[in-house]
Write a protein that binds this ligand. Structure first.
Ligand code: ADP
Ligand code: MG
Length: 292
């Protein structure tokens, strides 16, 4: 590409809210074959809503929700916000939060009204030495509907579960179709459960999924693909995504996401949706076309 064609492409990109860091990012993006997209906040709105609450025998639903929501007041995770807002909408009065600890990629634990409470995915349940057998069928039903299930543990026993759903962004289906037409193989990476991920991916026609991914694993997935000779772009929004964005041949940050994600990226999408990736690919092709 000529310096002129690159300037034209980056200038057009900027006007459309697609910020391309430098010529290398543009040149590399034209060669990318595999696009990894984070689910939460990238494919989806990142604003999940509380859908269901279920209590084990001997517990009641509003108490399960109250304990979960009180604990989540200490978390900034979008799932936490969904649970707190959902509790408030349902008129549940929150208790008093004590200790609090976030367990990355798994959930949260602490105390509510002096009682130990934990909330998170099956990995968290297993870390606590518990099994969720009784709730497996119910949990799978929710996951097959694309919901994220979190188990509520009170005083060392599973008391119930809460489920939330994160709506797919309006722009996502059409953008994915265009990205396929532009030749990308699309992989969705998520910390979410395999079953939930599969349900969402099936609806969107995504080629492959990597589920149950811990934040630190995203960079390793990219390295593995690069080891097979793939050129990989990664689109994500979270603080946790920064190492993966840096590892990718081209990191793509949602402008609506965390600052460190933006700093680690070669391309930033101001509008925070996948349309910007379609645009970036077309610009890269146009710029590189000049030397062919
Ligand atoms: P993603 O990669 O989809 O953005 P995260 O790595 O942030 O997901 O979280 C992965 C999983 O860890 C969630 O699906 C959830 O099960 C659990 N988790 C993380 N944070 C919380 C929280 N504050 N409350 C409950 N569960 C959580
Ligand atoms: Mg995320």
């Amino acid at each position: 590409a000529t310096p002129m064609s690159i300037m034209t492409a980056t200038g057009r990109g900027a006007q459309a809210g697609v910020l391309i860091k430098n010529a290398e990012a543009l040149e590399r993006f034209e060669k990318v074959g595999t696009l990894i997209v984070d689910k939460t906040g990238t494919l989806t709105e990142g604003k999940p809503r509380l859908i269901g609450v279920f209590a084990e025998p001997g517990h009641d639903e509003s108490e399960v929700l109250r304990l979960a929501a009180t604990l989540e007041k200490g978390s900034e995770h979008p799932l936490a916000e969904a649970i707190v807002d959902g509790a408030e909408e349902r008129g549940v009065k929150l208790g008093s939060a004590g200790e609090f600890e976030a367990v990355t990629g798994k959930g949260v634990k602490g105390t509510v009204d002096g009682r130990p409470v934990a909330l998170g995915n099956i990995k968290l349940v297993q870390d606590l030495g518990l099994q969720a057998d009784d709730l497996t069928n119910r949990a799978n039903e929710r996951r097959d509907a694309g919901e994220t299930v979190m188990f509520v543990v009170v005083e060392g026993k599973i008391a119930g579960l809460v489920s939330v759903a994160d709506p797919v962004k309006e722009t996502t289906p059409a953008a994915l179709k265009a990205l396929h037409e532009l030749g990308f193989r699309i992989i969705m990476a998520t910390g979410d459960n395999e079953r939930t991920a599969r349900a969402v991916a099936a609806r969107l026609g995504i080629d492959e999924i990597r589920a149950d991914v811990l934040p630190e694993d995203k960079a390793s997935i990219i390295k593995e693909l690069q080891g097979q000779g793939e050129k990989v772009a990664m689109a994500g929004d979270g603080v946790n995504d920064a190492p993966a964005l840096a590892q990718a041949d081209v990191g793509i940050a949602m402008g609506t996401g965390a600052d460190v994600a933006i700093e680690s990226a070669g391309i930033t999408l101001v509008k925070g949706n996948l349309d910007g990736i379609v645009r970036a690919r077309r610009l890269a092709r146009a710029a590189m076309g000049n030397i062919r």
